[in-house]
Design a protein around this ligand. Structure first.
Ligand code: SAM
Length: 266
């Protein structure tokens, strides 16, 4: 475990977008579509030439990706914007039965649920996190530890197996990951309490350690909540994402190329 000294280099840049990223992405696709449509109508009148659909779609895709770049959207939106129209055309022509789409929609809705609003999708933390968190927890004293946005519950289940004298809690907003975490717990008889809900609606006051693996968009509000609700002496941990302009008390470089763990003492 290595203490990192240049945390400033790891500050996440918050995109100053004028609307939520998903809405901006949709807006840019519509703009690109309308631009291509006007262009193809003009071409058909002026040159009596109708656009082949693949040129239309490819141009729309490239424009949407370029606009995303111009509007300072996070880099992962560029390939998403490019692939989106191409995939729509691919699936339209592939003539898949409609229940495929319904099943995919239900699956993604259950996993990603309100990601549109929270801007925090599901992705698991890495195994290298576990020994570092265990080192930070007191060995004798019993503590209350909560993972806000507990996903499939893996981190808490592993921690509870080692730190048997402490209480572990998870809260998760997406139904499918939450159900899986509850079932894992019941099946393996682990002692973790998983709640279905929004961590914004619970009070952090009862916890000695609050752990978060969220996204840059969630960090300012998380810090406000932690500051107003957490007890003096308790600890806020954030994996990968720093709180903008709030220097952490400690930061741990867990393994080469793995995210950093940040720690703030309240
Ligand atoms: C990056 S995953 C982290 C999963 C888990 N903590 C881990 O370390 O593997 C973030 C999780 O937070 C959940 N989440 C996002 N916003 C939330 C909120 N306001 N309340 C509860 N859960 C939330 C997401 O559904 C997602 O499962």
């Amino acid at each position: 475990m290595k203490l990192k000294s240049n945390f400033e280099n790891n500050q996440e840049s918050l995109a100053n977008s004028i609307m939520p990223p998903a809405v901006l992405a949709l807006f840019l696709q519509i703009m690109s579509f309308l631009f291509c449509l006007s262009w193809s109508i003009l071409a058909s009148f002026d040159f009596l030439w109708s656009f082949p659909i693949y040129i239309f779609v490819f141009t729309q895709a490239a424009m949407a990706a370029f606009f995303s770049f111009l509007f300072d959207a996070d880099w992962w939106w560029w390939p998403i914007q490019f692939l989106f129209p191409l995939l729509i055309i691919f699936f339209v022509f592939s003539e898949l039965p409609s229940y495929y789409y319904l099943s995919a929609f239900i699956f993604f809705a259950l996993v990603y649920w309100s990601t549109f609003r929270t801007q925090v999708p599901y992705y698991p933390s890495k195994a290298s996190l576990l020994p570092t968190i265990l080192d930070l927890l007191p060995s004798e004293k019993s503590i209350n530890f909560i993972d806000v946005g507990s996903g499939l519950g893996g981190l808490l289940i592993e921690l509870s197996r080692v730190k048997k004298n402490s209480c572990f809690f998870g809260i998760e907003i997406a139904p499918l990951p939450w159900i899986i975490s509850v079932l894992r717990c019941k099946f393996f008889r682990d002692k973790v309490q998983f709640t279905f809900g929004n961590y914004g609606n619970i009070n952090f006051n009862g916890y000695d350690v609050v752990f978060a693996y969220l996204s840059p968009a969630a960090m300012p509000d998380l810090w406000m909540k932690a500051k107003s609700e957490m007890r003096a002496g308790s600890i806020l941990l954030s994996y990968e994402f720093i709180i903008p302009n709030v220097k952490p008390d400690l930061y741990f470089n867990l393994k080469v190329n793995d995210p950093i763990l940040y720690l703030w003492r309240i």
